[in-house]
Design a protein around this ligand. Structure first.
Ligand code: SAM
Length: 273
């Protein structure tokens, strides 16, 4: 058993060293300690969802979008999937060198039910390499609109759960900016995004509001909370969506109304389908 409290029983020391969470001589790396804390925090939310899904289907599939170095995927596999006979983690990432590194590491550790695909989130929706049904979708700081593509992926794959920590999203702010003059004449609410910094921040916030309404319109129950310990306040929102097969009654209407009120109709196809 490790004397470092952050290291859990049965956790692979080899993995933690490869992810530079532990130094070569087995000490906790102070630079990546924060990353470990963040991933553990997220793990704490995802573990009960995995338990629930795997109680029904021991071959559950989790897809992690914008996986990067796959800290989350590896920690999930090491702490949860490794001890079980089934369950699969698939990482989607556009940077080829990260995909290659993750593949090598999974092979080295014998994590056979981990797969890494060199695909964009958007392309992964149609890719034949991925299963038709996916149980859990995660996207942790997947850049800009990749979170929106991850939601579409989750809807197409009828995911039971989606766990999203959005990154900054510039697309909505750009549309708010483009229609600023029109909005001035239309609504006093345009004061909320008049100043450029407010345009950016409000753009980010309203994007997440639209994402939640979109999920609710598709029958998901949505919980929005804060991921503590995150350094960027605009990027610490955690959205957990659980499929309930009962769309919130007015979600679709509210979504359409907000797009209209805020002159965001150029983005209709992103949020309404
Ligand atoms: C900020 S990093 C986050 C990495 C990881 N999820 C984490 O939190 O440690 C975002 C990652 O998403 C990848 N990415 C960005 N846009 C993407 C897209 N459209 N499809 C797939 N991957 C994408 C980037 O290459 C990068 O590795």
């Amino acid at each position: 058993m490790s004397l470092i409290p952050e290291i859990k029983p049965n956790q692979s020391i080899e993995l933690l060293k490869a992810l530079h969470i532990l130094t070569r001589d087995g000490k906790l790396n102070q630079d990546t300690r924060r990353k470990l804390k963040q991933v553990y925090h997220l793990y704490h939310f995802i573990e009960p969802l995995l338990e629930e899904v795997m109680a029904e289907n021991e071959h559950a599939v989790l897809v992690d979008h914008g996986a990067g170095k796959s800290y989350l995927g590896f920690i999930l596999y090491d702490l949860f999937m490794k001890q079980r006979a089934g369950g699969q983690v698939i990482g989607i990432e556009t940077r080829a060198e990260l995909v290659e590194k993750s593949r090598e590491l999974a092979q080295q550790l014998g994590f056979e039910r981990m797969q890494f695909l060199h695909l964009s989130v958007e392309d992964s929706i149609q890719s034949k390499v991925l299963p038709e049904k996916v149980d859990i979708v995660t996207a942790l700081h997947a850049c800009n609109t990749a979170t929106d593509d991850a939601i579409r992926f989750g809807l197409e794959k009828e995911a039971q759960f989606m766990v999203l920590v959005p990154c900054c999203q510039a697309e909505v702010a750009e549309v708010l900016r483009r229609h600023k003059n029109e909005s001035f004449g239309k609504t006093p609410l345009s004061e909320i995004w008049r100043h450029p910094i407010h345009t950016r921040e409000f753009g980010s916030q309203i994007t997440n509001v639209l994402r939640c309404l979109q999920l609710e319109a598709h029958g998901y129950q949505v919980t929005v909370t804060e991921l503590v310990g995150w350094e960027h306040s605009m990027k610490n929102e955690l959205i957990i969506a659980r499929y309930k097969n009962s769309p919130r009654k007015n979600a679709q209407l509210r979504l359409e109304q907000i797009l209209h009120e805020l002159n965001l109709e150029d983005l209709r196809s992103r949020f309404v389908y």
